[in-house]
Design a protein around this ligand. Structure first.
Ligand code: HEM
Length: 132
């Protein structure tokens, strides 16, 4: 199991749902993104978005797999939504910060290196996708 998967397992064992804190921090850091979710009347879009971002994170190690392809496609889709690539990738740093806080003393060096590797891979996928 990757360090990222271990950290999500840790949250589920603690019965923690990180969604509200992740979006609260994202909107605090990027207030201009909040109006972009105007269609999300019941929170279903935000829930599905986080689910897909987590699924992509858990499948990131396969450079040609589902996860890498989703991130490559979504960074372009999000540019059309008005979300800049650097803001897009910041979502993973926000997910890490919240997961680390909510794992507390159970956060491990393997989780730390797993997330560092994930964020480096996301940066590389986005850079490759946006390079003409
Ligand atoms: C700060 C970063 C991000 C912002 C501001 C953002 C913003 C948005 C917005 C406004 C929508 C809804 C658009 C609509 O009304 O249809 C959306 C949908 C979506 N986003 Fe993001 N996004 C971010 C990062 C990501 C990341 C990292 C992923 C996945 C790798 C992702 C995957 C998706 C998916 C799959 C949807 C469609 C959800 C659905 O319609 O059910 N987003 N995003």
């Amino acid at each position: 199991m990757s360090g990222v998967a271990e950290s999500f397992e840790c949250l589920s064992q603690r019965g923690v749902d990180p969604a509200a804190e992740i979006y609260a921090r994202m909107f605090a850091a990027h207030p201009d993104t909040a109006p972009l979710f105007q269609r999300d009347a019941d929170g279903g879009i935000k829930a599905h978005m986080l689910y897909e971002a987590i699924e992509a994170a858990l499948d990131i190690e396969n450079p040609h797999g589902y996860g890498a392809n989703l991130i490559g496609c979504e960074v372009v889709n999000h540019q059309n939504l008005g979300v800049a690539p650097d803001v897009f990738v910041s979502f993973y740093a926000t997910m890490r910060a919240v997961t680390k806080t909510q794992c507390g003393d159970d956060w491990t060096p393997s989780m730390e290196s797993g997330w560092a590797d994930l964020i480096a891979r996301v940066d590389a996928i986005v850079a490759r996708r946006l390079t003409p």
